[in-house]
Every structure is written in C-alpha cells, then in structure tokens.
Design a protein around this ligand. Structure first.
Ligand SMILES: Cc1cc2nc3c(=O)[nH]c(=O)nc-3n(C[C@H](O)[C@H](O)[C@H](O)COP(=O)(O)O)c2cc1C
Length: 217
C-alpha cells in the first residue's frame, strides 16, 4: 500500500481550547428522544451523517458495517409490528426484574409508535466476516468498530439539528429478515431519527461527575 502525507492543520492553543469547549457544549446537549414529530428531514442530511459514521476507524480498516436508512412507511410499519412482538415478549416474560426496575425510570413499555412516527430509521448492521468470492474473511474488533461508527453517527445527526433514539429491540433478528440483509450481517442498533414532537419530554437524568468517570495520572 502507498503512503501519503497526512493532512493536518495546526491550531493555536486558544483555538484548541475554544473548539474543545464548543464541541463539549454541543454534544452535551444531545438527549435520547422517544417522541418524534413526523416532519421530514432535508435531503442529504442523513447521507452526510452516514458518511461521517463510515469514516470511523475500524480494526484493520475492515469497515465491518452497513447502514440501512428506511423512510418508506410500509417498511417502517413492518419493523414496528415485528419490534413490538419481541418487545411485548421481553417486557412481559423475558426481562429479569432487575432489568425492568432499571427501565422503570424511562417509562418505556412494549409500544413503539416512534418506529412509524420518526421520518427515518437507520438500522446499523455489523459484519462479522466479509465474503471474498467463495471464501470468508473474518473481521476484527467488530463490536468496537461498529460502536465507534455509531458514536460518530449520533454525534453527526445531533450536530445537524436532529434527534435520535438508540433503540435495541431484543432480539433484533427480524431486521435482517425484513431488510433482506446477507448472512454475514447482524443488526446492531435501530436508530429512529427526526425532530422532537412539540411537547417531547426527556427524563431528568444525572450524568456521573467527571472525577468519577475519569482518572488522570
Ligand atoms: C446500546 C444502547 C441501547 C439502548 N436501547 C434503548 C432502547 O431499546 N430503548 C430506549 O428507549 N432507549 C434505549 N437506549 C437509550 C438509553 O436509555 C439512554 O441513552 C440513556 O438513558 C441516557 O440518556 P441520554 O441518551 O438522553 O443521555 C439505549 C442506549 C444505548 C447506548
């Protein structure tokens, strides 16, 4: 492989401090939203966010991800019906009491109207291996890589003025079937995207203080 000169722009210390503060304020205002309006998203915004996600680092540059954007109401409905079936089973039978206790504060249940209300859903798939003709080539650090790409995606969507819900209906195998994904792909996250409903509320959560989450030696 050829190497090329890194494009890197040196910044002044003042710029660095300002930019880090600006990013912190921007990203701190992100919240998970569960009530969406049906307003449409301007053309190109989601594509740019997906391109930002796809620029993420990945183990051995395998880029073990695929992003499916669903805007078609009929497909969103199929996804809602299948997700609610799994979620009903989860909330009523599968989830251990401790998990339900942890979820209680979010007032979530098996009803998932946002899967139809949000103007778009992005379903992120992880690829555990790549098909090279008739042989399979294993991908490395797949969850780490796809997790980082999803972080880029959420940050890019928030930066563009949209809200998201990081949703994990459990289990998610129905997404592979509905979206006709190849065998090497498993659903990783289901992300409804759009604008908040007019009176959308979010839980008044407390984030851990810096000194609890960070150690500087
Ligand atoms: C991997 C992951 C899975 C999640 N799954 C769900 C989910 O299925 N349903 C839901 O309502 N929220 C889900 N959330 C959202 C979390 O509840 C939310 O991020 C957390 O309460 C913190 O709130 P904030 O995002 O507003 O800071 C998930 C978040 C993550 C990172």
């Amino acid at each position: 492989m050829e190497f090329q000169k890194l494009e890197f722009e040196n910044q002044t210390e003042k710029q660095m401090i300002q930019r880090s503060k600006h990013f912190l304020e921007m990203i701190k205002s992100r919240r998970t939203v569960r009530d969406f309006s049906e307003k449409n998203i301007p053309e190109g915004v989601i594509d740019n966010a997906v391109k930002a996600a796809a620029s993420a680092p990945s183990g051995a540059n395998k880029q073990p991800w695929h992003f499916v954007t669903v805007k078609d109401p009929a497909v969103k409905k199929k996804i809602r019906v299948a997700a609610e079936k799994e979620e009903k089973e989860f909330y009523e039978h599968r989830a251990p009491d401790s998990w339900l206790e942890d979820l209680n504060q979010f007032k979530t249940d098996w009803h998932k109207p946002f899967l139809e209300q949000a103007p778009a859903l992005i379903i992120v798939f992880r690829q555990s291996y790549t098909n090279l003709g008739s042989t399979k080539r294993k991908n490395y650090y797949v969850s780490e890589s796809v997790g980082i790409a999803c972080g880029f995606l959420l940050a890019a969507l928030h930066n563009a003025g949209l809200v998201t819900l990081t949703h994990t209906p459990s289990p998610m195998g129905f997404l592979e079937k509905i979206l006709k994904r190849p065998k090497n792909e498993k659903a990783f996250l289901l992300i409804p995207i759009g604008y908040p409903a007019e009176n959308a509320k979010v839980p008044d959560l407390i984030k851990k203080p810096y000194n609890e989450v960070a150690t500087v030696l």
